[in-house]
Write a protein that binds this ligand. Structure first.
Ligand SMILES: Cc1cc2nc3c(=O)[nH]c(=O)nc-3n(C[C@H](O)[C@H](O)[C@H](O)COP(=O)(O)OP(=O)(O)OC[C@H]3O[C@@H](n4cnc5c(N)ncnc54)[C@H](O)[C@@H]3O)c2cc1C
Length: 722
C-alpha cells in the first residue's frame, strides 16, 4: 500500500462521515493513485461526502478535462450543495466542507509544502490560497480555472438553490441553470419524436441535450452516405463489445448515431414494425396498453405512407414518409423468384402485423432522394414553436436528484470538456440516450444494480437492474459472386459513380438514394413454426469480409440473416463515473444454444436462396463462407468469426411491473422507485421485436408523449381485432 493510500485508510477508519478533497498538484491525473484510493475508502466507510479533486499541472487535454470536471463535481456535488453551510464555504471559492459545523478537509500530496499530515477536523487552506500558491510556482491553474464556468455555482451559492420546490422558478431563465418543463437527454429516434409532440402542446417548454454535433453533414442526408458516416467518430459512438465467448473472443464494432437524430441519422433507413405477437407479448408481461391493438394507432400516427397500403394498418397523415423502392435491379427480381421456388411466397406488406412471412422489397425512410431522419422529420420542425431549446455538443454527465426526485441534468460541453452546466426540469427528466448510453447515464447517476453502483462509488438512488436484459441481433452475411450484370459494387466506382451522382442530382432513381438492404425475406428456421423466426436481407452488393464497410472489387450479392428473438442476454455496465468513458457492452452473442441452432438453419437457407434456379443466370460461385463449408461445425465456425451486429440494441431499462424483478420502468415508462424520471427509447423494450428497431422506438416515443402530457391513449383502430 502506498503512502497516500495508507493515510486515507487510516483516516477513513477513524471517521464515519467526512469530506475529503485531494489536491495532487503536478502529479495527479487519471493515473494518480489518490483518486481510486479515495473512492475505495468511501465505499468501505460509507463516506458519502468523499470527493476527489485532482488538479494537474499537465497541459495534456485529457488530464485537464478530468480535473475540471472533478473540480465542478466538488462544487456542485448534490450532497454537498444542499448544505447551506457548505455553500457558504464554496461562495468564496473556498471549498472547505463542514459537517455539523465541523470542518473536515484533508489533504494529500507534498508539492506545495502546505502541510502533509493534517489532523482530521482542521481547516487546511482556502482554495484561493492554493490557486495563488499554484500560480506563484508557475502552475497554470489560473488559466484552467477561467475555462471552467463558475457562474452556476455562484448563483447557487447566492441562495437560489434548485430544488423541486418553487425556488426553481427563480432560476435565471436565460443562462445556465435554465429551467424547462421537460429536459430530454438525447435527440435520437425517441428524443426527436418527444421534442415535437411535447412542444405541440402550447406553453410546454422542452430542452434537449445532444452529445453530438448538429446534423449538417451532407452524408447524413444522402442515403448512400451511410457507409461513410458509420466510421466517422464525430457523428457516431464507436463502441466495441466485450470479447464474446460465442464468437471466438472477438470484439464487435457497435456503432451508434451521435448527432441530432441519433442513430436515425446514420441507420439503414428500413421501415419495419414486426409481428403482432411482439407487442402482445409485451402486454402479456404485465405492460398495460402495449398490446398490438394499443400500439398500432401510434405506429400510424407517426407514419405518412406514400404508396399502396391498407389504411387500417398504415398512417397517411403522419410526419414520417414511408416510401416504396424506386430503384430496381434484375438480380433482386431473380432472388425473389428463386425464393418462391423454395416455397417462400411474395409478401407485399410485411408491416401488416399478421402476415410477415415472405419475400419482397423493403419499405424505406427515403423520400425524394433524401434520408428522413427523426431529426429532420420531428426535431427541426419543432424548433419553430419557440418552445424547444436544442443544445448540441452537450454530454449529460449526471441526472440530479432531490432525494428520489429527478430535478435536472448536469452536462459537460463535449468538445472542450471543461464547461459544466445544469438544466432543471420543472416536471420531468426524460432519458432518451439510446440503449447503451441510457443505461450508463442512469448508472452513473445512482440508478442501477447496487453492486455495480458500489463498485463505481456512486450513492444508490434506486437499486434496479439497469443495464441487464440487453439484447441485439447478430447478423451473418452470405456472399456470392455475380456474373452477366453490373452490381452496386461496380456502379459505385469511377464513371459509374459519376453517372449515379448525376441521376441523383436530377431527382432520378440512383444508388445514392438506396438503403443498404433492398429486399427482405422473413422465414422460419423450422418447418413446424407458425411465424417466421428469421429476418433475411438481400442486396446486389457485397462488402469485403462480409462486414458492412468497403464494397468488394468484384460483382457481388449478399444474403444476410439474423434470428428474430435472441435468447442470449447480455449487459451494459458503466466502467467508471467518467461520462467520457464508454460502458462495457456485452451482448453474449450465440451464447444460448437456441440462438446457434436458429442461426445455423438461417445461414443454410440463405445459401439455398443464392443457389436457386432463378438466380443461376447471375450466380458465379460462393464467396463467403465459400464452397468448402458444409458441416454444422463449419457453418458455426463461420458464424462465430464473421458475424456482426445488426445494430438493434434494446432492453437495458426493461419495461415491466414492479413485481418483475428484471424491470426498470413501469408501463408508463417511469423509473421504479423514483419520481420525475422517465426512460423513453429502445432500452425500454421488454423483448426483441421481430424487426429492425427504429419504428418501434418511434412508436414508444409517440405513446410516451401522450402519457407525459396526461392525455388519454389513442383508441384502437376499427376493424383490427384484439
Ligand atoms: C448503423 C445502424 C443501422 C440501423 N439500421 C436500422 C434500420 O434500417 N431500420 C431500423 O428500424 N432500425 C435501424 N437501426 C436501429 C435504430 O436506428 C435504433 O433502434 C433507434 O435509432 C434507437 O433509437 P433511440 O432513441 O433509442 O437511440 P438513438 O437513436 O441512438 O439516439 C440516442 C441519442 O442520445 C444521444 N446521447 C447519448 N448519450 C448522451 C448523453 N450522455 N448526453 C446527451 N446525449 C446523449 C446520442 O448521441 C444519440 O443522438 C440501425 C441502427 C444503427 C446504429
Amino acid at each position: 500500500m502506498g503512502a497516500v493510500e495508507a493515510e486515507i485508510e487510516m483516516i477513513g477508519q477513524s471517521l464515519d462521515r467526512f469530506v475529503m478533497i485531494d489536491i495532487g498538484i503536478g502529479v495527479a491525473g487519471p493515473d494518480d493513485n489518490a483518486g481510486p484510493a479515495i473512492f475505495s475508502t468511501r465505499r468501505q466507510h460509507r463516506c458519502r461526502e468523499a470527493v476527489a479533486l485532482l488538479v494537474s499541472q499537465s497541459q495534456e487535454q485529457g488530464h485537464l478535462a478530468l480535473d475540471m470536471r472533478l473540480l465542478a463535481d466538488v462544487l456542485l456535488d448534490k450532497d454537498v450543495a444542499e448544505r447551506p453551510e457548505t455553500f457558504a464555504g464554496a461562495l468564496a471559492l473556498t471549498p472547505v466542507m463542514f459537517l455539523d459545523g465541523v470542518p473536515h478537509l484533508l489533504r494529500f500530496g507534498h508539492r506545495l509544502g502546505l502541510g502533509h499530515n493534517t489532523e482530521p477536523g482542521q481547516i487546511v487552506w482556502r482554495i484561493a490560497d492554493v490557486f495563488h500558491a499554484g500560480s506563484g510556482s508557475g502552475c497554470p491553474w489560473r488559466a484552467y480555472c477561467a475555462w471552467t464556468d463558475f457562474r452556476h455555482q455562484l448563483r447557487m451559492e447566492s441562495g437560489r438553490k434548485a430544488t423541486e420546490s418553487g425556488e426553481v422558478e427563480e432560476q435565471d431563465k436565460n443562462n445556465d441553470g435554465d429551467i424547462f418543463d421537460y429536459v430530454i437527454v438525447g435527440s435520437g429516434a425517441a428524443g426527436s419524436v418527444l421534442c415535437r409532440r411535447l412542444t405541440e402542446q402550447p406553453g410546454v417548454t422542452v430542452c434537449v441535450l445532444e452529445c453530438g454535433p448538429p446534423d449538417r453533414h451532407p452524408y447524413i442526408h444522402i442515403p448512400a452516405g451511410f457507409i461513410k458516416m458509420l466510421f466517422n467518430p464525430k457523428f457516431t459512438w464507436q463502441f466495441q463489445t466485450e470479447p464474446g465467448e460465442g464468437i471466438n473472443g472477438r470484439r464487435i464494432p457497435t456503432t451508434q448515431g451521435r448527432t441530432l437524430g441519433g442513430s436515425s441519422s446514420i441507420n439503414g433507413m428500413i421501415y419495419n414494425r414486426g409481428q403482432r405477437a411482439d407487442f402482445d407479448s409485451w402486454a402479456q408481461r404485465g405492460n398495460r396498453g402495449w398490446g398490438y391493438v394499443d400500439v398500432l394507432p401510434y405506429f400510424k400516427r407517426t407514419e405518412r405512407r406514400i404508396g399502396v397500403a391498407d389504411d387500417r394498418i398504415h398512417g397517411r397523415e403522419g410526419n414520417l414518409p414511408v416510401t416504396d423502392m424506386d430503384w430496381f435491379h434484375p438480380v433482386c427480381d431473380a432472388f425473389m423468384d428463386g425464393a418462391q421456388e423454395l416455397g417462400i411466397p411474395r409478401c407485399e406488406d410485411y408491416n401488416s402485423g399478421d402476415r410477415q412471412a415472405g419475400v419482397g422489397y423493403f419499405q424505406r425512410l427515403i423520400n425524394r432522394g433524401y434520408r428522413h431522419s427523426a431529426a429532420r422529420v420531428f426535431l427541426h420542425p419543432a424548433r419553430a414553436s419557440g418552445q424547444l431549446d436544442v443544445r448540441t455538443d452537450a454530454r449529460a454527465s449526471r441526472i440530479l436528484f432531490d432525494g428520489t426526485r429527478a430535478k435536472g441534468v448536469r452536462y459537460v460541453d463535449d468538445l472542450g470538456r471543461t464547461t459544466i452546466r445544469t438544466v432543471f426540469a420543472r416536471k420531468e427528466v426524460i432519458v432518451s440516450s439510446g440503449t447503451a448510453n441510457s443505461a450508463k447515464l442512469l448508472q452513473i447517476s445512482g440508478v442501477g444494480p447496487e453492486a455495480l453502483l458500489s463498485e463505481l462509488g456512486v450513492p444508490v438512488v434506486a437499486d434496479l437492474p439497469v443495464g441487464e436484459n440487453f439484447r441485439d441481433h447478430y447478423a451473418v452475411r452470405i456472399v456470392a459472386r455475380v456474373k452477366n450484370i453490373r452490381t452496386i459494387n461496380e456502379m459505385s466506382k469511377g464513371f459509374g459513380l459519376a453517372g449515379q451522382i448525376a441521376r441523383w442530382a436530377l431527382g432520378r432513381p440512383s444508388i445514392l438514394a438506396l438503403s443498404p438492404s433492398l429486399v427482405h425475406w422473413f422465414w422460419k428456421s423450422e418447418d413446424t413454426m407458425q411465424q417466421p423466426d428469421l429476418q433475411g436481407v438481400f442486396s446486389p452488393a457485397s462488402y469485403k469480409q462480409g462486414f458492412v464497410g468497403l464494397l468488394d472489387d468484384y460483382p457481388g450479392m449478399t444474403a444476410g440473416v439474423w434470428q428474430h428473438r435472441p435468447e442470449s442476454i447480455g449487459y451494459v455496465r458503466a466502467r467508471s463515473t467518467d461520462p467520457f468513458e464508454d460502458p462495457a457492452i456485452q451482448p453474449n452473442y450465440l451464447k444460448d444454444p437456441i440462438d446457434r441452432r436458429t442461426l445455423l438453419n438461417g445461414m443454410k437457407l440463405a445459401r439455398k436462396l443464392l443457389h436457386t434456379q432463378a438466380l443461376a443466370e447471375y450466380f458465379d460461385g460462393d464467396e463467403l463462407p465459400g464452397p468448402d463449408v458444409h458441416t454444422d461445425d463449419e457453418w458455426m465456425g463461420y458464424a462465430r468469426q464473421y458475424g456482426s451486429t445488426a445494430y438493434h440494441l434494446i432492453g437495458t431499462a426493461r419495461m415491466g411491473p414492479v413485481s418483475d424483478r428484471t424491470s426498470v420502468v413501469s408501463d408508463e415508462l417511469l423509473v421504479h422507485g423514483v419520481q420525475g424520471l422517465r426512460v423513453v427509447d429502445a432500452s425500454v423494450m421488454p423483448s426483441m421485436p421481430s424487426a429492425n428497431t427504429y419504428s418501434s422506438t418511434m412508436m414508444i416515443a409517440e405513446k410516451a408523449s401522450d402519457m407525459i402530457l396526461g392525455r388519454q391513449p389513442l383508441a384502437p383502430v376499427e376493424g383490427i381485432a384484439a
